[in-house]
Design a protein around this ligand. Structure first.
Ligand SMILES: Nc1nc2c(c(=O)[nH]1)N[C@H]1C(S)=C(S)[C@@H](COP(=O)(O)OP(=O)(O)OC[C@H]3O[C@@H](n4cnc5c(=O)[nH]c(N)nc54)[C@H](O)[C@@H]3O)O[C@H]1N2
Ligand SMILES: Nc1nc2c(c(=O)[nH]1)N[C@H]1C(S)=C(S)[C@@H](COP(=O)(O)OP(=O)(O)OC[C@H]3O[C@@H](n4cnc5c(=O)[nH]c(N)nc54)[C@H](O)[C@@H]3O)O[C@H]1N2
Ligand SMILES: [Mo]
Length: 701
């Protein structure tokens, strides 16, 4: 991204960097308006302390400040470290819980000085599972690490399958490559229960029922093997466990798969044939499939398809979930986990799963074997009161008078309303960082473009200063962002990185170029990158694993199998009138980020606080577009406005499925959002969140 700064030091223009081969000079709709955010009058600009007597809990937008009084940074750091020290002395250091995720996805902003600080403190460790862990584990069981088809190579594909991936809504920079491919005759198939913008633009949309992708993938394999469309030599050279897989998929006839998925047997066959006989064929698997109770297995099953057909051999073929496995940063140098040995507990803290924050704040510690109850919560890079599942439990926890809460934020979010101390955070224009990626293969450096607004400070600055105020004397706590960039890159005496795949990179070059490809991606034309086609993989057998010895050793099924989610139409919790609820993201917000800005809300207006329904489900309940509907389950309820397609309009969701979108809770008249409905049940692999395995009831209000 290029930022134009005027003589007064004010950013006046944002644009995509035309020299970046993936983003190609354009920004997505929401980030194009990022300056609205940087200079918003609603930003948190100073450290604040809750006023004596001011109750915690949701406040009307514009009135959040009333709960706080302004203090200086020095006072804030002193008082917060005092409280943390006291909490650790009384309850044990593991009663302190950091909570952070993806507000800042840069290398240092996501996790660096903060990890050092909490390790040295002996705090609980957070398992960061809310987004991608189930799929990451599922993918890695097959391939060892997350690599995949380069975004730029989608241009060469002849068949593109978006599988639980809303490319046009969430991953717009891939779209031009797809348009290129389609101009040359490629077809786009979308597998998604919801008619996304991507689905609306596709050649073929298969509206699969939520949580049934494993069945579809195994059904496709059934057809591929029955018709002999597999790539025998690729299977023999590169994979492990084919015979066992072949045996397993015999059960998954198109007819059985049709029963579960809602896709006809004829379409299952057609899809399998088209997929296996078109090359290059590429799967864009994103994280939609794995926000489900059996989502890890689903990703695992889908990921096996290109290994069966040998699609990896072809430039523009294969699959991609994430490219993050290409980046071998020196994380240990940045995070320094061994600092935990110098903490009061002299070991790494217990692990708390972020996808069960409600439980962590309300019941964890009831059993003393699990360690102490949580008595201090330190939130940064995240808005858990809006994004974490089962938000009633989260709120109940945040309201506990014996939980001391600090929030480092840019805005007065749903979460800051529960803070004892609120600290102002910089935006990415106001600090420097390195950028990793999960959609491309370039190392990037983002410079600081403008001075921090107000008294905002970066995450690195904050945790460095907290550590010093705690009296931590290790030198690493005085390091700067620049020091840590050099450490992440493992810059040696000759100025070059020592990280595998980054040896050609120097900080000076990065400063000048902005983005530099990873070693294996330096000559993509002369030497195209074909993932998993050469050498040993990082799996136990060194091969692509259809059959997993790792899972077998854990007593789990070593082969993928379809299991219906507990909260699905066949699950134990289903009743006559329950509906499967997809609490999806908004096209014009980034999770909960941007939801408070007028321009972004306007773009999202058609679907915001709506419940999208199939006409039959609506008619059965006497519901029409514009009606207020009550949506509820055993965890919570909220009212939304029904959005039902008219006869001539395409349906957004299949029968039995309803869909909502993420918003800030306090911008809803009832002070809640759709996460009052979602559950803390964890996924089969990776213990991830299961936002898309939810049953609800709906009635006209
Ligand atoms: N505009 C916008 N862009 C974003 C974000 C945002 O909030 N807004 N968030 C960013 C983040 S954090 C992430 S992780 C990525 C995620 O990007 P995606 O992985 O694309 O994320 P989702 O929108 O969660 O899921 C994709 C699609 O999966 C569908 N889906 C749900 N359940 C199932 C299922 O069982 N099977 C199948 N086949 N599909 C299913 C959903 O309807 C959805 O359209 O996007 C990033 N980009
Ligand atoms: N129902 C439902 N819930 C979901 C999802 C869904 O699809 N449906 N998606 C899930 C997914 S995929 C994800 S990734 C999570 C995301 O959940 P979060 O990681 O909480 O993401 P955001 O909602 O974007 O909130 C990030 C916050 O970080 C702040 N921030 C930004 N930069 C910085 C910084 O440098 N420092 C500090 N201290 N703060 C900063 C922003 O102002 C923002 O309020 O939500 C999950 N929740
Ligand atoms: Mo995410």
């Amino acid at each position: 991204m290029l930022v134009t700064v005027d003589a007064a030091g004010r950013a006046v223009k944002l644009q995509g960097d035309p020299s970046q081969p993936v983003t190609q000079g354009f920004l997505c709709g929401k980030v194009a308006k990022y300056l609205d955010r940087v200079y918003s009058p609603d930003r948190v600009l100073h450290p604040m302390r809750r006023r004596p007597g001011a109750k915690k809990g949701a406040r009307q937008p514009g009135h959040e400040q009333d709960a706080f009084e302004r203090i200086g940074w020095d006072e804030a750091l002193g008082e917060i470290t005092g409280r943390l020290r006291q909490t650790a002395e009384i309850y044990g250091s593991e009663s302190i819980l950091p909570y952070s995720y993806a507000g800042n996805m840069a290398l240092l902003g996501f996790g660096s000085m903060d990890r050092r600080f909490f390790s040295r403190l002996g705090a609980s460790r957070l398992a960061r599972t809310i987004c991608s862990e189930a799929g990451g584990v599922g993918w890695s069981l097959v391939y060892g690490k997350k690599l995949g088809t380069p975004t730029e190579d989608f241009r060469h594909a002849r068949l593109i399958v978006a599988w639980g991936a809303n490319i046009h809504g969430n991953n717009i920079h891939l779209w031009p490559m797809i348009e290129d491919a389609r101009r040359k005759g490629a077809r786009l198939i979308v597998i998604d229960p919801y008619r996304t913008r991507t689905a609306a633009l596709a050649d073929w949309h298969l509206a699969i029922r939520p949580g049934t992708d494993t069945a579809l993938a195994l059904g496709m394999m059934h057809v591929i093997l029955r018709e002999g469309l597999e790539d025998r030599s690729f299977i023999a050279e590169r994979t492990h466990g084919f015979a066992q897989l072949a045996w397993r998929v015999r059960e998954y006839t198109p007819e059985r798969v049709a029963h579960w998925t809602g896709i006809t047997a004829a379409d299952v066959e057609k899809l399998a044939r088209e997929y296996a006989t078109t090359q290059p064929a590429v799967l864009r698997l994103n994280y939609g499939v794995q926000r489900a109770e059996y989502g890890g297995t689903a990703v695992r099953a889908v990921a096996m398809l290109p290994a069966l057909t040998g699609a990896w051999r072809h430039r523009g073929g294969g699959a991609v979930l994430s490219t993050s496995g290409g980046f071998n940063w020196d994380r240990a140098a940045v995070e320094r986990p061994e600092l935990a040995l110098a903490s009061p507990i002299q070991r790494a803290g217990r692990v708390v799963n972020m996808s069960a924050l409600g439980e962590a704040l309300t019941t964890l510690g009831d059993n003393p074997a699990d360690g102490p109850r949580v008595h201090a919560l330190f939130v940064y890079n995240s808005n858990p009161a809006a994004v974490a599942p089962n938000s009633s439990a989260v709120r109940q926890g945040l309201l506990r008078p014996d939980v001391f809460t600090v929030v480092h934020e840019q805005f007065f979010t749903d979460t800051t309303d529960y803070a004892d101390y609120l600290l102002p955070a910089t935006t990415f224009l106001e600090h420097a960082d390195l950028q990793s990626a999960y959609g491309h293969y370039y190392v990037q450096l983002s410079r600081q473009a403008i001075a921090p607004i107000g008294e905002a400070r970066s995450n690195v600055w904050l945790f460095s200063h907290l550590a010093q105020r705690m009296g931590f004397t290790e030198r690493c706590f005085r390091e700067t962002a620049e020091d840590m960039m050099a450490q992440a890159l493992a810059i040696g005496a000759d100025g070059h990185s020592a990280n595998p795949g980054m040896e050609h990179i120097t900080l000076t070059d990065l400063e000048r170029e902005g983005h530099i490809p990873l070693g294996f991606y330096r000559e993509p034309e002369a030497r195209p990158f074909l993932a998993y086609t050469e050498g040993e993989l990082k799996t136990p057998t060194g091969k692509i694993e259809f059959y997993s010895e790792t899972l077998a050793a854990q007593g789990m099924d070593p082969l993928p199998a379809f299991t219906p989610a507990t909260e699905s139409r066949w699950g134990a919790k289903a009743t006559e009138d329950s509906l499967e609820f997809l609490g999806r993201k908004a096209d014009h917000y980034l999770n909960s980020t941007f939801a408070n800005l007028g321009g972004h809300r306007k773009m999202e207006a058609r679907t915001n606080q709506r419940l999208e329904m199939h006409p039959d489900d609506a008619a059965m309940r006497g519901i029409k577009t514009g009606d207020r509907v009550r949506v509820w389950n055993e965890r919570g309820e909220l009212h939304l406005t029904a959005l039902v397609p008219l006869e001539a309009e395409p349906v957004a969701v299949p029968r039995g499925v309803v869909a909502g979108r993420l918003d800030w809770a306090k911008l809803h008249p009832e002070g809640v959002n759709q996460n009052v409905l979602t559950s803390e049940r964890l996924s089969d692999l990776g213990a991830g969140a299961t936002f898309y395995s939810v049953l609800v009831h709906v009635e006209r209000a």
